[in-house]
Write a protein that binds this ligand. Structure first.
Ligand code: PLP
Length: 439
C-alpha cells in the first residue's frame, strides 16, 4: 500500500493521513500528472508557493465586500492580502484598477457584461466554432439568454503558404459592427493560435461607439511576460484567468480603467458572488509576484518557442496546422490531412491511452459536431514549466504521430506509453514534493 504519511500532491500532504480515502486519490492524480504529458492548452503547473497559499487558513475567512469596506469583522489581515493581490495585478498589467475576486474566468466575463450592459443589449464576439468561448454567447450559456450576441469569425483557409488564412476577419468585425451596432465588442478566444491585437478592435469600437472588452484568459501569462502586446491601454476592460499561461491558482480577475472601477466591483460583489475565496486571492498575489520576475519573461518566450517547434514537428508528421502555425502557447491541429477518418474524439481517446493528454477541438468550418470534431488543441504552457524544450517537443510530435498512425495496435500504444513515462521522468513538475516524501 502507498505510504500516505506524505504524498506528492500537496506541500501539506502529511495532513491528509487522517483521510486515506482522499489521500489515495490525490496520490493517484499526482502520479498521473507526473507520468503523462500535460498538453491541455488551458492548464499549467503552479508553483509550490501557489499550492501552499491555495491550501492555507485564509479559506476560513468571510470577507464579503472589498478592502476597507467589508461586511464582517476581523478582516484587517485579509484586506492587506487582497490589496497586495490588487496592487500586483495593476503593476503587472499597467492597469488603473483590479478586481481579483472572480471565482473563475467565466464569472469575470459575466461581471463585465453585467457592469456594462442592460439585458437585451447587443454584444459582438468571436464565433464559438472558430475559437470563441462559451461565455461569448453560446446557446448553452446564460450569456446568450440575457444578451443578444452577434459574431465575427476567421478568414477562409487557403493553400497559399504565405497567406494561410484562418486569422480574425477584421473586415467582418467592422461590417457586423456597423450593421448590428453592438454596445460591447469582445476580443479574445479560447482556441486561436495567433496573437490578437487590440488596435483593430479599438478602431471598430470607436467607430460604432462600443466599449471594448479584451478576454485575455489564455495569453495573460504571455502578456505578463512581455511576449504578447498588452491590450490594457486600448481596452475598456480586460478579463483573464489566473490558471492558464499565468500559472497561478484556478480563478479569474478583471482590470479596467479607474472610471469603471465601481461598476465592475459591484457587478462581481454583490452582483454575482458572495464571499471571495481569499486563499485563492492570496495565491493569485503569489502568482502575480512570480510573473513580475525576470525568469517569467524567459518562461513566456520558451512557451511560444516550444509551441512553434511542436507545430512544425506535427506538420512534418503530416498534420495540417490551423492558420499555418502559431504565435502563442497553442497549436490547433486539423486531423483530416493526416487521416480523413480520424476524428478529434478518437484521437483524444487514443492519445489518452498513450499517456498524452490533449483535448479535441473544432476547427474553423468543421464538418463534424463539437462533440466529435476534426481537430486537436495542444498547448505547451505546462510542460514548459516542467522544463521541457524544443528537443522534447520534437519527440512529443513523433510520439503523437506514431500513436495515431498505429492506433489499432495495442502493443504499439503501450510502447508509446512507456516512452512517454520515460520522457516525463526527466521533467517532474514538483521535485520539491518528491524530496519531501523521501526526507
Ligand atoms: C478559459 C476561458 C474562460 C473561462 O475561464 P474559466 O475559469 O474556465 O471559467 C473565458 N474566456 C476564455 C477565452 C477562456 O479561454
Amino acid at each position: 500500500m502507498t505510504d500516505l504519511s506524505t504524498n506528492r500532491a500537496t506541500p501539506m500532504g502529511t495532513w491528509l493521513r487522517h483521510d486515506p480515502e482522499l489521500a489515495k486519490l490525490l496520490e493517484e492524480e499526482a502520479t498521473r500528472q507526473r507520468t503523462t504529458l500535460q498538453l491541455i492548452a488551458s492548464e499549467n503547473f503552479t508553483s509550490p508557493a501557489v499550492l501552499a497559499a491555495t491550501g492555507s487558513i485564509l479559506t476560513n475567512k468571510y470577507a464579503e465586500g472589498y478592502p476597507g469596506r467589508r461586511y464582517y469583522g476581523g478582516n484587517q489581515v485579509i484586506d492587506e492580502v487582497e490589496d497586495l493581490a490588487r496592487r500586483r495585478a495593476m503593476a503587472l498589467f499597467g492597469a488603473e484598477h483590479a478586481n481579483v475576486q472572480p471565482h473563475a474566468g467565466a464569472v469575470a466575463n459575466l461581471a463585465v457584461y453585467q457592469a456594462l450592459l442592460e439585458p437585451g443589449d447587443t454584444v459582438l464576439a468571436m464565433r464559438l466554432d472558430q475559437g470563441g468561448h462559451l461565455t461569448h454567447g453560446s446557446p448553452a450559456s446564460i450569456t446568450s439568454k440575457i444578451w443578444r450576441f452577434v459574431a465575427y469569425g476567421v478568414t477562409p483557409a487557403s493553400n497559399d503558404s504565405q497567406h494561410p488564412g484562418e486569422t480574425i476577419d477584421f473586415d467582418q468585425v467592422a461590417e457586423v459592427a456597423r450593421r448590428e451596432r453592438p454596445k460591447l465588442i469582445v476580443a479574445g478566444a479560447t482556441a486561436y493560435p495567433r496573437q490578437i491585437l487590440a488596435d483593430p478592435f479599438r478602431q471598430v469600437a470607436d467607430e460604432v461607439g462600443a466599449r471594448l472588452m479584451f478576454d485575455l484568459a489564455h495569453p495573460a501569462g504571455l502578456v505578463a511576460a512581455g511576449v504578447h502586446p498588452n491590450p490594457v491601454a486600448l481596452s475598456d476592460v480586460v478579463t483573464f484567468t489566473t490558471h492558464k499561461t499565468l500559472r497561478g491558482p484556478r480563478g479569474g480577475a478583471i482590470v479596467c480603467r479607474a472610471e469603471l472601477a465601481k461598476q465592475i466591483d459591484s457587478a462581481v460583489f454583490p452582483g454575482l458572488q458572495g464571499g471571495p475565496l481569499e486563499h485563492v486571492v492570496a495565491a493569485k498575489a503569489v502568482a502575480f509576484g512570480e510573473a513580475q520576475q525576470p525568469e517569467f519573461r524567459a518562461y513566456g518566450a520558451q512557451v511560444v518557442a516550444n509551441a512553434q517547434v511542436l507545430g512544425e514537428s506535427l506538420a512534418a508528421e503530416g498534420f495540417r496546422l490551423v492558420s499555418g502555425g502559431t504565435e502563442n502557447h497553442l497549436v490547433l491541429v486539423d486531423l483530416r490531412r493526416f487521416d480523413e477518418d480520424l476524428t478529434g474524439k478518437v484521437a483524444q481517446e487514443v492519445l489518452d491511452r498513450a499517456g498524452i493528454t490533449v483535448n479535441r477541438n473544432t476547427i474553423p468550418d468543421d464538418p463534424r459536431s463539437a462533440f466529435v470534431t476534426s481537430g486537436l488543441r495542444l498547448g505547451t504552457a505546462a510542460e514548459t514549466t516542467a522544463g521541457m524544450g524544443p528537443e522534447q517537443m520534437r519527440h512529443i510530435a513523433r510520439l503523437i504521430g506514431t500513436a495515431l498512425r498505429r492506433r489499432h495496435d495495442d502493443t504499439e500504444l503501450a510502447a508509446v506509453r512507456g516512452e512517454v513515462a520515460e520522457l516525463c521522468a526527466g521533467f517532474v513538475p514538483y521535485p520539491e514534493l518528491d524530496g519531501a516524501r523521501e526526507a
